[in-house]
Design a protein around this ligand. Structure first.
Ligand code: APR
Length: 253
C-alpha cells in the first residue's frame, strides 16, 4: 500500500490559493467554539434529549407546543453563540472574485449566514426559519437572533400569515428527506470543485457523508479539519487535527 501523500498545511494553503472552485462541507464542529453543542461529541446534544421525542414530524403532529418549546429553548441558547473565526474566515474567503467558494452545511444554527456568508447550502435547514405545514410559506426569523427576541417557550406555536395553519421549524427531522434541489446543488458543486474542505463533521450521517466521496471521485483534493479521525480520514489528502476556529483562518489567511 503506497504511503499516503499527506499534504502539509502550507501545501493545503497553496492548493486553496490556486483553486478556481472550493467547496466546504461543515458540521457541528465548526460551531463548537461558538458554544453550540455538537451532536455526538462529549456532552453532545442528543445525549441529553431523546430525538424521537422532539425532532420528528410525528412528535410535532402529536404535540406542536412541546416541539416549539424545545426549539425556542434552543434558539434562546443560540443567542449567546456568536460566529467564530472559522465562520468569519469562510465568509471573507467567499467574496474573492477569483475563486468560487461554496459552503454546504449540516448545521441549523444559522451562524454561517450571521457571519455574513451569502447563500450557504443549508441541507438540514435553519433553526431561524419557519415553514407552513400546509402551503409551504416560509418565514425567516434571523432578525430575532440579532434583536435577541425569542418567544416564551410556552407561547402558542406560530401561525402561517398566508393560510393560518401551523408554522413548523424549517429543519430536516429524523425520517424526513432532504430538499432534493439543495442536495443536487451540493453534489454538483462537489463534482466540480478543485479542493473540498470537510470541517467539523463526524461523517456519520447520510447523505451528507457521501458529498466528500463525490468530490474525491471527481478528482478534488480532500482536506479534513477535525479534532479526531473520522471514517473519511483515510481517504483524505490531508487531515488537520486542530480546532476549526484556529485552522480555517490559517488556511485562508
Ligand atoms: N474543530 C473541529 N472539529 C470539531 C471541533 C472543533 N473545535 N469540535 C468538535 N469537532 C468535531 C468532532 O470531533 C466531531 O467529529 O466535529 C464533529 C461533530 O460531529 P457531530 O457531533 O456528529 O456533528 P455532525 O457531523 O455535524 O452531525 C451531522 O447529524 O444529528 C444529525 O442533523 C444532525 O447535522 C447533524 C448531523
Amino acid at each position: 500500500m503506497p504511503a499516503k501523500s499527506r499534504l502539509s498545511i502550507d501545501e493545503v494553503r497553496h492548493r486553496l490559493a490556486d483553486a478556481a472552485s472550493v467547496v466546504v462541507l461543515t458540521g457541528a464542529g465548526i460551531s463548537a467554539e461558538s458554544g453550540v453543542p455538537t451532536y455526538r461529541g462529549t456532552g453532545g446534544l442528543w445525549k441529553n434529549f431523546r430525538a424521537q421525542d422532539l425532532a420528528t414530524l410525528e412528535a410535532f403532529d402529536r404535540d406542536p407546543a412541546l416541539v416549539w418549546g424545545w426549539y425556542r429553548n434552543r434558539r434562546r441558547a443560540l443567542l449567546d453563540c456568536k460566529p467564530n473565526p472559522a465562520h468569519r474566515a469562510l465568509a471573507a474567503a467567499a467574496v474573492n472574485p477569483e475563486r468560487e467558494l461554496i459552503v454546504i452545511t449540516q448545521n441549523i444554527d444559522g451562524l454561517h449566514t450571521i457571519a455574513g456568508l451569502a447563500d450557504p447550502l443549508e441541507i438540514h435547514g435553519n433553526i431561524w426559519r419557519e415553514k407552513c405545514v400546509r402551503c409551504r410559506h416560509r418565514v425567516d426569523r434571523t432578525a430575532d437572533y440579532t434583536a435577541r427576541r425569542v418567544p416564551a417557550e410556552d407561547a402558542p406555536p406560530p401561525k402561517c400569515p398566508g393560510c393560518d395553519d401551523l408554522l413548523r421549524p424549517d429543519v430536516v427531522w429524523f425520517g424526513e428527506q432532504l430538499d432534493p434541489l439543495l442536495l443536487d446543488s451540493a453534489f454538483r458543486a462537489a463534482e466540480a470543485c478543485d479542493v473540498m474542505l470537510v470541517v467539523g463533521t463526524s461523517c456519520e450521517v447520510h447523505p451528507a457523508a457521501l458529498i466528500p466521496l463525490v468530490a474525491r471521485k471527481a478528482g478534488a483534493c480532500l482536506v479534513e479539519i477535525n479534532l479526531e479521525p473520522t471514517p473519511l480520514t483515510e481517504r483524505c489528502d490531508a487531515s488537520l487535527f486542530a480546532p476549526a476556529g484556529q485552522t480555517v483562518p490559517e488556511l485562508f489567511g
